[in-house]
Design a protein around this ligand. Structure first.
Ligand code: ATP
Ligand code: MG
Length: 334
């Protein structure tokens, strides 16, 4: 029997390089060996975008096309929409008894996201909503409703997985052994930094290179990237290890060329502008096949809809089966 993967993305924008290197490449690698459910987490996206439903709706389709473009195979992966699985919402309510408010406040992922969203939640998080504070509970419901055993994610998600495991243990202790504890799978690039040097490239952080960005947009972003500040003139030697341009070269530049980039930088034989131009070209070459594949889906919106509805039907069957067991265990199977 194949093990089950459940993972998800929030439809809050297009996929960026952080998604691809942090999680997406793992999806593609793992799709042959697992029963795979990939959730478009629209309910979770609404927790901090409740005032912008159009954005979430539009990005459900954008995100689906991006995922197909990076090589997620709809014959192997069940792509589904979270809000179409009411069992997840139901399970969230049951799980909310198993977690304290103090524990949710202490969750490091929630904490750092609240501090990034001051406009919405206030300077000290004093206006945080019940929904946002509780999204780790809903995420635990996503994973367990689908029977997720393996969860490929970036490392910003690890505290959420830990929270999920705690809820599972508590549930099983009280109601009997019904749920299995999921494990996280990290990629080699479990947290891709931003071009601005920020510890994470993120949609909400405004420092992302999106897979669909044009050459012009990529050029602008790369030209603004943070380099070794001690390098003033073109022929000053510099340290590539503290340069975001080199950091991205490592992802997309062929090995031999990469050695040249590194040694020329250290010796002061290359200026930052030339180095950035080379990176722009390599990034564009790297992204072109993804854009080509995406175009096929852009031209066939009915196919995208069908992929989502087929995946959602499969996910719903799974969630219903879990819910039946959960309700029996909780003695609410009237
Ligand atoms: P938002 O700012 O709306 O939360 P996000 O960029 O964090 O967007 P998510 O949809 O929350 O994207 O995350 C989807 C998946 O991509 C998660 O598994 C997350 O860990 C991973 N991920 C996102 N950004 C990065 C990154 N910079 N490096 C590695 N993994 C990442
Ligand atoms: Mg996120």
């Amino acid at each position: 029997m194949k093990k089950t993967i459940l993972t998800g993305l929030r439809p809050t924008g297009n996929l960026h390089l952080g998604h691809l290197f942090g999680a997406g490449q793992n999806y593609v690698k793992m799709q042959d060996e697992y029963e795979f459910f990939l959730e478009i987490a629209d309910v979770q996206a609404l927790t901090d975008n409740f005032n912008n439903p159009e954005k979430v709706r539009k990005n459900v389709y954008e995100l689906t096309m991006d995922l197909l473009a990076i090589g997620v195979d709809p014959h192997k992966v069940n792509l589904f929409i979270q809000s179409k699985i009411p069992e997840i919402a139901e399970l969230t309510v049951f799980y909310s008894n198993l977690v304290t408010i103090a524990r949710l406040y202490r969750n490091p992922t929630v904490k750092s996201e609240v501090s990034q969203k001051k406009e919405l939640f206030g300077n000290d998080g004093e206006s945080i909503t019940y929904g946002f504070l509780g999204y780790p509970v809903s995420q635990a419901a996503d994973i367990t409703a689908l029977g997720g055993e393996v969860v490929p994610v970036g490392d910003d998600q690890l505290p959420l997985l830990e929270q999920c495991r705690e809820i599972v243990r508590k549930f099983n202790n009280i109601y009997g052994n019904v749920l299995s504890e999921p494990e996280a799978v990290l990629s080699n690039t479990s947290r891709l930094k931003g071009l601005d040097g920020n510890e994470k490239m993120g949609k909400s952080l405004g420092n992302a290179i999106f897979l669909i960005d044009s050459e012009e947009t990529i050029s602008k972003k790369v030209m603004d990237a943070v380099t070794d500040p001690s390098k003033i003139r073109k022929d000053d030697p510099a340290n590539p290890d503290i340069c975001m341009v080199y950091y991205y070269h490592k992802l997309v530049t062929p090995k031999d060329d990469l050695k040249t980039v590194c040694s020329e930088c250290r010796n002061g034989d290359r200026g930052c502008v030339a180095c950035k131009k080379e990176l722009i070209k390599n990034l564009c070459d790297f992204l072109q096949p993804i854009k080509d594949r995406r175009k096929q889906y852009e031209d066939d919106p009915l196919l995208v809809q069908k992929i989502l509805s087929d995946g959602t039907n499969k996910a719903r069957e799974r969630a219903k089966a879990t819910m039946k067991q959960v309700k029996e265990a909780m003695k609410i199977d009237y």
